[in-house]
Structure formats: C-alpha cells, structure tokens
Design a protein around this ligand. Structure first.
Ligand SMILES: CC(C)(COP(=O)(O)OP(=O)(O)OC[C@H]1O[C@@H](n2cnc3c(N)ncnc32)[C@H](O)[C@@H]1OP(=O)(O)O)[C@@H](O)C(=O)NCCC(=O)NCCS
Length: 109
C-alpha cells in the first residue's frame, strides 16, 4: 500500500485502488452510486485500456455493495479536460448534468 493510499484512507471517506500501472480514487456518494473521482495511468502505459480495466474492477466492487450507477466528472478548466471528456465518452458514459466548471457524466452498471 502506498503512502498516497494511506493518506486518502486516513483523511477521507474515499477508497483507492492501485495497480502496477496506475490508481483510481473513488467514493460512494449514495447507496446506489459509485463515483470515480480521480484516475491516473502511468504515461508509458496509456491508451492500452488500463484505465478502463481499473474502472471495471471498481464496478465489480461497487456491484457487491448494490450500486447500479457509476459517475465521473470533468472540470473544464483543468489541464487536458477535453481528453478526460473523450475518455469518459470512450468508456460509455453519457452526459448527466453540467455546471459552470463541472460536467457530470455517468452510466448504468
Ligand atoms: C485519462 C487516463 C486515465 C486514461 O488512461 P488510459 O489507460 O490511457 O485510458 P484507456 O486506454 O482505458 O482508454 C479509455 C477510452 O478513452 C480513450 N482515450 C484514452 N486516452 C485518450 C486520448 N488521449 N485521446 C482520446 N481518447 C482517449 C480510449 O480510446 C478508450 O476508448 P476505446 O475503448 O474506444 O479505445 C490517462 O490518460 C491519464 O492518467 N491522464 C492523466 C490523468 C487524468 O487526466 N485523469 C482524469 C481522467 S477522467
């Protein structure tokens, strides 16, 4: 377990899933929803579906808790936000809502 994961678990209600190629931080905003808040894949391993695999693993964990929806967000002002949007669309998410600097995407799981 990394110090980053230690920190997140000690300081927040969020969960962390780590692999050799990346990590994801996720949470359960309500009883039926899992929210991938952050996801990161090492630069040398991108576009090989590692992020999709991480998300699939989180879906399996979320289903065990009875979740039926996954959401993800894009902050338009963040660096590379257009790529983030493409990744969420590529992963099958649809637009759910949008605010001044927050796009919420989601899909049934
Ligand atoms: C965003 C990130 C996690 C994607 O990881 P990845 O392992 O390369 O993503 P995947 O290979 O699983 O790709 C998922 C889908 O998004 C698409 N995609 C991934 N990177 C893309 C890019 N740079 N441009 C366009 N589409 C992209 C893929 O084509 C794939 O769709 P497909 O199944 O139709 O091929 C990675 O680029 C990263 O760590 N970036 C920095 C952190 C970040 O921006 N995180 C927020 C992401 S919402």
């Amino acid at each position: 377990m990394s110090l980053f994961k230690d920190y997140i678990l000690e300081r927040t209600e969020k969960q962390v899933l780590e692999t050799d190629t990346g990590f994801a931080v996720y949470s359960y905003p309500d009883e039926t929803t899992v929210y991938i808040e952050d996801i990161y894949i090492d630069k040398t391993h991108r576009q090989s579906h590692y992020a999709s695999q991480l998300a699939n693993n989180i879906i399996e964990l979320a289903k065990l808790r009875g979740c039926t929806k996954m959401i993800g967000t894009v902050v338009p002002s963040a660096k590379n936000s257009t790529i983030s949007l493409k990744v969420l669309l590529g992963y099958g998410m649809e637009l759910k809502s949008a605010g001044p600097d927050l796009i919420v995407m989601g899909k049934d799981i």
